[in-house]
Structures are given as structure tokens and as C-alpha cells.
Write a protein that binds this ligand. Structure first.
Ligand code: TXE
Length: 488
């Protein structure tokens, strides 16, 4: 397949009804590579009219797709995974170009997991059994049906990884899709459209519409024929999603922001913990909702731990994302860089002391106009300071001391978010006991971002509503009905 998306000044179209079509208003938005500042593509500035076309196509495809035997939909997921596999390097190349993340990270995380998502949900759906509940005088048959046409809205930090995480279960449960990727990262969504088109996925089953949140995104939220919304993005936007969709009784899955704690207990292996804490804080330039941006350290080992942590952070090579030895690339955009730098200034005004980093990094050409920030550690902040409670979503982490496990738990929970966290200790049972007291959806002991896709993924408080992953995704993307048949 001759891929159109070389990602260099590419004009991207909407993928609707199996065809690539321009926005009805013929308006386009420019998209840039944040590591060079150069334009890479243009995307449709779609409106409700384009969403209407996509919903019409999805509705037209729904009867056949939802009635297809599950085995055939599972086969389609495997076809998509296979086709993605043969374009794995292209996925990584486009993802790095769109986000400024290191190519090596895009290969290891984004490309691998995008393919894995389709493989996993094919396998997981295959294990779905009959649900029959016997009574003394009757039998209950629980039937799974498709929800219908679903709306998927995704962010810019892990573009195809998060889009495929929603598309795969939605498709296998018989739904048709209207998806809107972030306007900052259209390239791999476009590649996916190219791929499903080339392998002949039935027209209208998957529709990808590009555009801005308040216009194209909002139109998805408001459309009466879209019966469920799965959203990943910022908490503020999550509020808009909920306000719009809830009164329409749409099913809602909201994966929002986080301000996660990394807790270093006094019995931790300091070298392992320093590596783990640095990875959790600065992977993807801190632009993962699971990142550990608050590092809580037992005061008895604080003086031994901090130098190790600083050494790990300063060993991270910030550079051209295309270079093999680059550990940290640019952040997603100049605007986001300014937002993150403003938080570093805020930290200083709140009494924070910069231990390393703390400023924009100017690299040589071709990255001299890139949005690079040195990974930054800040100490001396109050745990309830704005810097230590608001989501920054960049390569900035604060370090804090605690004296007891009770205090560590209290500090970890001192945030409006409740998504994730990690605990580092030489006694896993002690770590698990602490994890059980932290109000978050996902906790790791002596590891981070170690994912079993069968487990529930999601957060509490301002980190969202609902869970995705394994059965939770299959249940979200299906409607259950119970048929009770009285014994004759
Ligand atoms: O999210 P947005 P962005 C957090 C992080 C980041 C903030 C903003 O704090 O700084 O969110 O990031 C679409 N109706 N996370 O800009 O704005 C938008 O077009 C419908 C955490 O990515 O929420 C995009 O496709 N849709 C998150 C998607 O929502 C709307 C990962 C996300 O955009 C809309 C990324 C509207 N009114 C950011 N407004 C995580 N949990 O992983 C915007 N959108």
C-alpha cells in the first residue's frame, strides 16, 4: 500500500464512509512538529456538518456490523493488528514527528501498544462466554448487544496508543465509530484510516474526523445518534463532556488528568527507586496521565536519595527525537512549553528550590525552534502548594519529605486527582498495604507503567469516571439485556 501519509506537508482529509473527503467548509488547520517548529501537515477544521456525514455513514454501517458474528469481528481486529505490524516503523516515525517524543520511545511504547491493543481485545473477546443464570423455575439469558454508534475523543500525548485502546473494544462489540483525534496529533490516526481502508474494513464502520474540540469535538458530544462517549483528556474538558453528554443519557467513560505520587519508603533500594522515580516522572516529557509528578521521600533516607535522583535525571539525554540516544524529546507545542515554564516560575514564587533543570533548552538545528524543557526537580514546596497540586503535564516533578507511612498516605491523597501512583520498598507487602490506602485507580509497587491489559484502568475524583481495560472495556462498549424464560 502506497501510504499517502509521509507526514511532510501532507493535506489530511476526513475518513468518512470508507472515503477520504475534504471538510465541507474547505477549511484546514496547520499542524507542526514541536521538535523543529516546522509545519508537517494540514488537517480539516471540521464542523457539525462533517460530524453529521460521519454519523450518517456510521449509522448506515451499524446494522450489518453489529449483526456480524463475533468471530468475524475478532478476525477484523487481527487483520488490523497484522496490517499495523507491517507499518510499525511508520507509526513510530509519524508519532515522533507529531509529538516531539523520542523515536525510540515511539517504537517501544506507542507503536508496540497500538498493535497490542487490537491483538489483546481480539483475544479477550474470544474468551467471552455465555451468561446464563438458572433459577428453580426459570433460566436467565444475558445478551450482549452493541451500544450503537459511539464517539471516541482522544488526546495528544499517546495518540494511536489511546485511540486504538478505544477503537478495538468498540469494534469487536459491534459498534460503529466516529472518532476525533487531537488536532495536535493527526498523523497516526490518518495512517490507521489508510490501513483499514487498504484492508477493506466495511465502509462507515470506522470514521475519523479531524478538527478542534469546541467545534468538531463538541458536535460529537451533542449528536443524538451517538450513544456513548469515551473521552481521554484534560479534567476541564472532561467537565464539558459530562455536562453535554450526561443529560442525553449517553454512556460515558472519562479518563482525565492526574497528579500522581511516587512514594520512596525508608527501606527502598535507593538506586532502583531513583531510576524508577525518574522514569515515572519524565517518560514522554512527563506527558502521561500516569506520571509520578510528586516524589514523596522518607526523611530518614532523603539526603541519600536526592543525589541519586538528580544523577538519574541529569543522565537523561534531552535531544533530537530522531537520535537513538535521546531519552527526552520536546513537549507537545510551544504553547504547552510556555504553560510548563509558567509553572516553574510559580514554583519559585511558592518557595520552591530548583535542584536541576528549570528552563527551556535551546538545541542546535534542526531543533533550534523546538519546544524543549530540561527535566526539572523542585524541592521545598508545601504539599498543598499550587505547583504540587495542579496537573502540569510536563517534565517537572516536586520532591517532598515524610516521616511516617501514615503521613505518606495523607500527602499522596492531598490532591483533587486520584489516578495512579507507585511505592518503592524492599517489603512488597508493606508497599501493598500503603497502596490500599491511596485513593487512586492504579497503583504499582516497585515498578511503574507495568500494564496487564485485563485489569481495570481509570481514576477517581478529578481523574475521571469509569474504567477501561479487559472486561470493563467490553462492558462499556456493549448493552446488556436479560431474558428470563420460565420453565414450561
Ligand atoms: O486535552 P484536551 P489536551 C491533560 C493535561 C493537558 C490537558 C490538556 O493536563 O495539559 O489535559 O491537554 C478534545 N468538546 N491531559 O489539550 O483539551 C480535543 O480536541 C469535545 C491528560 O490534549 O482535554 C482533544 O481531541 N472535545 C490526558 C481531546 O478533547 C473537546 C492526556 C483532549 O483535549 C473539547 C492529555 C470540547 N469542548 C492531556 N475540547 C490523559 N488523561 O491522559 C477539547 N476537546
Amino acid at each position: 500500500m502506497d501510504l499517502r501519509c509521509r507526514g511532510v506537508n501532507l493535506q489530511i482529509e476526513n475518513f468518512i464512509g470508507g472515503k477520504f473527503i475534504p471538510p465541507l467548509n474547505s477549511k484546514y488547520l496547520e499542524n507542526y512538529n514541536p521538535a523543529t517548529g516546522k509545519q508537517t501537515s494540514k488537517i480539516p477544521d471540521s464542523t457539525a456538518n462533517d460530524i453529521q456525514l460521519a454519523v450518517d455513514a456510521a449509522q448506515q454501517a451499524l446494522p450489518l456490523w453489529s449483526k456480524l458474528p463475533m468471530a468475524e469481528r475478532i478476525a477484523w481486529l487481527r487483520n488490523i493488528a497484522e496490517a499495523l505490524e507491517s507499518h510499525k516503523s511508520k507509526i513510530a516515525e509519524l508519532e515522533s514527528m507529531d509529538t516531539g517524543k523520542p523515536l525510540s520511545l515511539a517504537q517501544r511504547v506507542d507503536a508496540e501498544r497500538s498493535i497490542k491493543n487490537f491483538e489483546f481485545f481480539a483475544e479477550h473477546a474470544e474468551q467471552l462466554g455465555e451468561m446464563v443464570f438458572e433459577m428453580a423455575d426459570a433460566t436467565n439469558y444475558v445478551e450482549r448487544k452493541a451500544v450503537g454508534t459511539v464517539g471516541l475523543i482522544t488526546p495528544w500525548n499517546l495518540p494511536l496508543y489511546l485511540l486504538s485502546w478505544k477503537i478495538a473494544p468498540a469494534l469487536v462489540m459491534g459498534n460503529t465509530i466516529v472518532a476525533k483525534p487531537s488536532e495536535l496529533t493527526p498523523l497516526t490516526a490518518n495512517l490507521l484510516a489508510e490501513i483499514v481502508s487498504s484492508i477493506g474494513l466495511p465502509d462507515g464502520v470506522l470514521n475519523i474526523v479531524h478538527g478542534l474540540g469546541p467545534t468538531a469535538g463538541q458536535a460529537i458530544l451533542e449528536h443524538p445518534k451517538i450513544s456513548a462517549i469515551s473521552f481521554t483528556g484534560g479534567t476541564e474538558t472532561g467537565k464539558i463532556v459530562a455536562k453535554t453528554a450526561a443529560p442525553m443519557f449517553k454512556k460515558l467513560s472519562l479518563e482525565l488528568g492526574g497528579k500522581n505520587a511516587t512514594i520512596i519508603l525508608d527501606d527502598a533500594d535507593l538506586d532502583i527507586a531513583a531510576k524508577g522515580a525518574a522514569k515515572a516522572a519524565f517518560t514522554n516529557s512527563g506527558q502521561v496521565c500516569l506520571c509520578g509528578s510528586r516524589i514523596l521521600v522518607a526523611e530518614s533516607i532523603y539526603d541519600q536519595f536526592i543525589p541519586r535522583l538528580i544523577a538519574e535525571v541529569e543522565a537523561m539525554n534531552v535531544g533530537n527525537p530522531s537520535n537513538e540516544d535521546t531519552d527526552v524529546g520536546s513537549v507537545i507545542s510551544m504553547d504547552h512549553m510556555e504553560k510548563v515554564l509558567s509553572y516553574i516560575e510559580l514554583a519559585k514564587s511558592e518557595g520552591g528550590i530548583i535542584k536541576t533543570g528549570g528552563k527551556r533548552l535551546r538545541l542546535p538545528p534542526p531543533n533550534d525552534n523546538g519546544a524543549f524543557i530540561k527535566p526539572t526537580l523542585i524541592e521545598g514546596l508545601e504539599i498543598n502548594s499550587r505547583t504540587a497540586t495542579e496537573e502540569i503535564f510536563g517534565p517537572v516533578a516536586s520532591v517532598h519529605k515524610f516521616s511516617t507511612d501514615v503521613e505518606a498516605v495523607s500527602m499522596a491523597n492531598r490532591t483533587e486527582y486520584g489516578l495512579a501512583g507507585s511505592i518503592w520498598t524492599s517489603k512488597p507487602r508493606r508497599g501493598k498495604a500503603i497502596a490500599e490506602q491511596i485513593d487512586s485507580g492504579i497503583l504499582w509497587v516497585n515498578t511503574w507503567l507495568h500494564r496487564d491489559l485485563r485489569t481495570p484502568f481509570g481514576g477517581v475524583k478529578n481523574s475521571g469516571v469509569g474504567r477501561e481495560g479487559g472486561d470493563w472495556s467490553l462492558n462499556f462498549f456493549s448493552e446488556l439485556s436479560n431474558i428470563c424464560v420460565k420453565d414450561d
